[in-house]
Design a protein around this ligand. Structure first.
Ligand code: ADP
Length: 170
């Protein structure tokens, strides 16, 4: 079974096999969703993150979820928006590499925030399209893998963008 859903929520409240963190390359915490995840997970998350020695843009690394209701956190580093064609390639890689990691660890539910659309400045509509297309492509390439993908939006505008993409795809 493969499924895509769109919700509005604080990602730290979700009970999934993994939630995705829009981290920075140090993996040592930051603002936005990153700060919220570290606060909710507790100090052991930072301890494990220190052992990972950072993460490059577009790549993903996994940790335990500690005090979060979700079992794991997949940390990925979105691109800082520059307006160049490389932005969407990096952003798509965040989603693809996170899903690859989920599959490698036999995880079957994963919630994504809208990566790069906060302080990294990626326009929400473009980011939603890139995120959605990357996930759809991944699902098509892994049709035998059962997974629930949740786009966890933090505002109603972002949610409406993803809902439109889901409707168009059906
Ligand atoms: P980035 O540095 O990748 O831009 P941000 O954390 O600044 O990351 O923002 C990414 C997205 O996450 C934004 O759309 C922001 O509204 C959203 N966001 C912030 N806090 C949360 C949260 N607790 N749960 C879900 N989404 C969140």
């Amino acid at each position: 079974m493969q499924d895509i859903s769109v919700i509005i929520a604080d990602i730290t409240t979700l009970e999934c096999d993994a939630i995705v963190n829009a981290a920075n390359s140090s993996l040592l915490g930051g603002g936005g969703v990153d700060g919220a995840i570290h606060r909710a997970a507790g100090p052991k998350l930072l301890e494990e993150c220190r052992s990972l020695h950072g993460c490059q843009t577009g790549e993903a690394k996994i940790t335990s979820g500690y005090n979060l209701p979700s079992d794991h956190v997949i940390h990925t580093v979105g691109p800082v928006y520059s307006g160049s064609s490389g932005d969407s390639i990096s952003l798509a890689s965040c989603y693809t590499n996170s899903l690859n990691l989920a599959r490698k660890h036999n995880l079957h539910s994963i919630a994504f925030p809208s990566i790069s659309t906060g302080v990294y400045g990626y326009p929400a509509q473009e980011a939603a399209r890139t995120a959605f297309c990357a996930c759809i492509s991944w699902l098509q390439e892994h049709q035998d893998y059962s997974i629930r993908i949740i786009f966890c939006c933090f505002d109603s505008y972002t949610k409406s963008l993803y809902e439109k993409l889901v409707t168009e795809q059906r």
